[in-house]
Ligand binder design. Sequence first.
Ligand code: AGP
Length: 630
Amino acid sequence: MCGIVGYVGNSSGRVNAGHNALDVVLEGLRRLEYRGYDSAGVAVVADGRISSRKKSGKLSNLLDELEGSPLPDSLTGIGHTRWATHGGPTDRNAHPHLADDGRLAVIHNGIIENFAELKQQLLAKGVVFASETDTEVAAALLGDIFRNQLKGNTADGGLAKAMQLACQRLQGAFTLLAVHADQPDVVVAARRNSPLVVGLGEGENFLGSDVSGFIDYTRKAIELGQDQIVTITAGSVEITDFFGAPAVGKEYTVDWDPASAEKGGFSSFMEKEIHDQPDAVAQTLLGRSDLNGRLTLDELRIDPQLLKKVDKIIVLACGTAAYAGLVAKYAIENWCRIPTEVELAHEFRYRDPIVDSNTLVVSISQSGETMDTLMAVRYAREQGAITVSICNTNGSTIPRESDAVLYTHAGPEIAVASTKAFLAQITAAYLLGLYLAQLRGNIFSGQIKDVLADLGKIPAKIQKILDSATELRELARSMKDEKSVLFLGRHVGFPVALEGALKLKEIAYLHAEGFAAGELKHGPIALIDEGQPVFVVVPSPRGRESLHSKVVSNIQEIRARGARTMVIAEEGDEAVRNYAEHVFYVPETPPLLMPLLTTVPLQIFACELAAAKGYDVDQPRNLAKSVTVE
Ligand code: AGP
């Protein structure tokens, strides 16, 4: 989730007070560091030209570079912190990218889905590319339009006109910012599916991927809408659509303090990341299927013939990531008919597992640095397995040591307790399962298209759950002094129960345990005492009727013994009402996709209860975000 900053000031703006564009931009990038990144860069317009510097690694590397090779003072500048998607985190791939003989600089957040096709067209025109990024293709397209189609004419909108024409040809999600040496007092930006806000100053104006980028200078903001272009100068803000028609953004005043602005106004990163989940799922799906509903996982780069011979899948992970694997198991076995085992990585390599060249080992890791998982992947590779990493951190160790990687695009997950990465991991694992099924012909293309369509509806369904959580939050706060909470689930609801228990354990320090509902009578029901809180994740009544009725019976059994029953059920499921003290409904969705919805109330419950206890939900005691020791 890249950080973006743009600035234009004039003599009555900050520049007079000794600030120049570079200072404003660097301060904005510093405020946006929380978004996570692996390279940073800036560009300013001064003395009739563009001057830029960019470095991989942290902002400090860029500052060192600027120390040794300073930029001229300027009134106009842009800056970027990159979270690598296309192309690794290198100096070359860092933004800004230049075009039009270095007279144009562009920064970008998002994914240009048709960059390959555009790159071919530009290569045919003789354009030479310096990086592997989709951003450089967008910059080259913009430069080609400005120079060759508009003949560099700045009278009729110039860069803004070129941006309109370029955006008409771009597909995917993008926020683009551009500056041109021929128009030194202008920054032009465009947004589709990726955030961008304008900051309104006195004799100066700002752009940011969120208000953190300029909150030190102004709290008056305009949120841009979909498919809009904004041109800022020191004294003006002009918004149009992609075809030049006037448009308007949503003006508002930021009431967050700078510190909370980094959390998007939420009280914690965990709360923010729970609310990031619609976007995390959408971004993980983006660009991975074509208009005919076929998977296009080009990034996997494994010989399809090898994948067709796979006769066993082993998923390796730890903690929440392992529960994502457990969810995926149900879907992958259903779609691909390949035996799929889910192993805790730290157990796997010490049990002399049966692995060979027809075994596909899928590791799941948010950080890509979990030592237990890394060592298990190394062991699997030594045994000849094909290894694929599902990972949220570009360029981290586990993907580097795997044959292929399928990145989740959840954006950096700051809170120790994993939430958005979990849903993104499940989404990526579904995509991998569908890809294997498509490759091996296990299911018809029509079915794959239907599943992808259902997945495409998940972000809005998650948002609906997030928007209707008031009663759940009140319940969580009322239970802050509970000593134990149990979680029951069946089928894909079982790993959700395990994950709900883990969330409560790790941030509220509460005894919590997840069980397969069918296991209840084999022992755990002895734990049920008067007033024992139990969450029950109920399968869809539209799924296997026997599963639903069995779990409803489980609810009756524990209620008869005094349990407080909190039920997560599908909208329309009235059968559960009679036995539940509280019912929290999630929108209807195909049974295999339900974990993407039923997990969310359990995340909210744990976060709210821990906050009610006054705990630091982002940095819980004894835990690290990435366990890099065995
Ligand atoms: C989940 O909330 C925990 N932070 C922990 O279980 C985590 O999922 C596990 O350590 C694996 O981390 P990884 O995804 O970075 O490999």
